[in-house]
Design a protein around this ligand. Structure first.
Ligand code: AMP
Ligand code: ZN
Length: 142
């Protein structure tokens, strides 16, 4: 069901304009207005769900099932040298629109406008630490 204050629900409904890349009964894809790189696309489910934590597995399945076709279309159109998929959940993780979306960010080489910095902490954890952490997470799987 559409969420009345949601900008992406309004885009799906056609109440706010967008540059539509793809649409079917379950999914809508459109160009991100920020165009971090050329062809930067958002893929969203037509069902309003806030983020990954609230996404039923059927909605996730339908959403992600379209991603390879859309990624290949961007690849065919603009010949990027690579592509990053990104999904931000909650404001501290940079989610700014609270209707789940997957960013498809085609890459064109160094200095193309996208960067992801992450620090590697391989040395901070022993193999036993990793086994303990894996078990802790596994015990919470519902
Ligand atoms: P996030 O920060 O992961 O929640 O991503 C939200 C994205 O939505 C940002 O990259 C915005 O540029 C994009 N966005 C917000 N409003 C619009 C809009 N009206 N049309 C297209 N993209 C939008
Ligand atoms: Zn919505």
């Amino acid at each position: 069901m559409a969420h009345e204050d949601c900008i992406f629900c309004k885009i799906i409904a056609g109440d706010i304009p967008s540059a539509k890349v793809y649409e079917d009964d379950q999914v809508y894809a459109f160009l991100d207005i920020s165009q971090v790189t050329k062809g930067h696309t958002l893929v969203i489910p037509k069902t309003h769900v806030k983020n990954i934590y609230e996404t039923p597995s059927e909605v996730a399945s339908e959403l992600f099932a379209r991603v390879p076709r859309i990624a290949n279309a961007i690849k065919a159109a603009y010949k990027p040298v690579g592509m990053n998929l990104l999904n931000n959940n909650e404001a501290p993780a940079d989610q700014s629109v609270f209707h789940i979306h997957i960013h498809l960010i085609p890459r064109y080489g160094e200095g193309d406008g996208y960067s992801s910095n992450w620090n590697v902490h391989t040395e901070d954890y022993t193999p036993e630490d990793l086994q303990t952490m894996a078990a802790e997470i596994n015990s919470e799987i519902k």
